[in-house]
Ligand binder design. Sequence first.
Ligand code: SF4
Length: 203
Amino acid sequence: MGHLFVYVRFFLYLCTRIAGLLFRMLTRLHVSCMLKIASYDIVFQEVPGETTLALNISGCPNRCPGCHSPHLWTDMGEPLTSMLLADLVRRYRTGITCVCFMGGDGEPQTVFRLAEQVHEAGLRTAWYSGRAFSPLAEEGLPSGWSEGSGALDFVKTGPYVEACGGLRSPSTNQRFYRRRGEGAWEDATFLFSRSNPDLLVSV
Ligand code: SF4
């Protein structure tokens, strides 16, 4: 009877080790096709009216001349897993109203999936994309947009063009949209106008 108990314990131990090994292998496979965050910060200007946890995502494919953050072109930082996102949301939940994905143009569908997770936690979501597209148009939308964009409340689009300036510039090529309902968006770039009281500091 004593021997049987030892064998059972050994068998259970082996099962646990094998399960752990398989889990680590699967996690690595999953992580290899994930977005990575180089840094994060609490910001007040990127999404007017919101206190935002901004996740700076690396691996940007856009290569805008005059880019303010060329270090984000490389594949650097920590994999943005669901677990890491849940941890960040839990940590800052009481002080923020919104989570903004700054980048992620290499994997829009991952952005949508993670935005859904943020929505489920009761926060608003924003995506700063460097792609030139408009939610008001039917063509040129990122892959997965029709299924995934319902998880976004705000979208900034357009590459950075030095001669045009950022969202606060009157000649900007970039646009800022907010969702007004199921599949309905409005161009809300005017929120970045210098007369908007939410923007007390220059961006
Ligand atoms: S989208 Fe942003 S991070 Fe990417 S190249 Fe353009 S300015 Fe730089």
